[in-house]
Design a protein around this ligand. Structure first.
Ligand code: FES
Length: 290
């Protein structure tokens, strides 16, 4: 709907949000300085972003409580759901801030409003629970909280599905090929110990020659699509660091060493024919190319 696009588009362009967004980013970067903690919160161990999965539990509990409070049929159930929502909030918030700190500025503008909306919703549900503890119904506060949580979830959906914060940006590569062998060029022309970008059919690929060994991966970072050949190559460890938000990948198979990326870089099978390097995408990692 145009009205919704106007609201989200307005937030994306609202430079007035840049100052609080930068402050939040700086605080988060300080608090989440440990890379292992950040990797865990991004969802590197899970293979996809952790925050949206946790948000299902938190927002689902809150909105379900609000629905029960609209009907007034199960106050006890609604109190339980609010408690579950509040208990799951810290983990959901921590994972969200970790992703936020590695997002681009339009995403951060929307993200800061998304966070403010959710803080309001959490506060309302906390108040509702306190009201219940003091013998009042707390239903109005809960329904208000559910409404605000719904608005926050809508902005979260915009961040995830419209602004693509979290999805694997290289997911299409194995499906678009090339699935037949493509000539990359003479092996002898590849610089030793350097990362270069070449074409394999219609795909940009990252090519790294280390002596007689050549690694070919998609050149697209799965986090936000940065060109990986511009990253820092560490020949000794066999890893490349993305030039944008610093995800680290193994050259051998594209595995994520450090986030914010959570999905591996698509890998390409290679062979050398008459001194010419050829490559084809690996559609199913672990299944040898024929
Ligand atoms: S584009 Fe963000 S880490 Fe690569």
């Amino acid at each position: 709907m145009r009205i919704l696009d106007a609201i989200t588009g307005g937030l994306e362009r609202a430079t007035v949000l840049d100052r609080p967004a930068a402050l939040a980013r700086s605080v988060v970067s300080t608090v989440l300085a440990d890379r292992r903690v950040k990797d865990a919160l991004h969802g590197v161990w899970l293979g996809h972003s952790l925050h949206p999965a946790l948000a299902q539990l938190t927002v689902g509990s809150f909105t379900s409580a609000a629905v029960l409070d609209v009907t007034g049929t199960n106050t006890r159930g609604s109190s339980t759901l609010i408690t579950v929502g509040l208990l799951s909030t810290p983990a959901t918030v921590a994972a969200g801030w970790a992703d936020y700190a590695e997002s681009h500025e339009e995403q951060q503008r929307v993200g800061i409003v998304h966070a403010a909306t959710n803080v309001t919703a959490v506060a309302l549900f906390g108040i509702s629970l306190l009201q219940r503890a003091r013998g009042r119904s707390g239903r109005v506060t809960s329904v208000l909280g559910g409404t605000v949580a719904g608005a926050g979830a809508w902005l979260g959906g915009h961040l995830a599905y419209r602004q693509s914060l979290g999805p694997n940006q290289a997911e299409s590569v194995p499906h678009t090929g090339p699935d037949d062998w493509q000539a990359i060029g003479p092996v002898a022309d590849l610089p030793d110990g350097a990362a270069v970008c070449r074409r394999a059919g219609a795909a940009d690929v990252l090519v790294v020659r280390r002596g007689g060994d050549v690694a070919v991966l998609s050149n697209r970072c799965p986090h936000l699509s940065a060109p990986l050949h511009d990253g820092d190559l560490d020949v000794a460890s066999g890893e490349i660091t993305c030039p944008w938000q610093g995800s680290v990948f193994r050259l051998d198979d594209g595995t994520v060493v450090h986030g914010p990326a959570t999905a591996p870089v698509p890998e390409f099978a290679t062979r050398v024919t008459d001194g010419v390097l050829e490559a084809r995408v690996v559609t199913y990692p672990g299944v040898p190319a024929s």
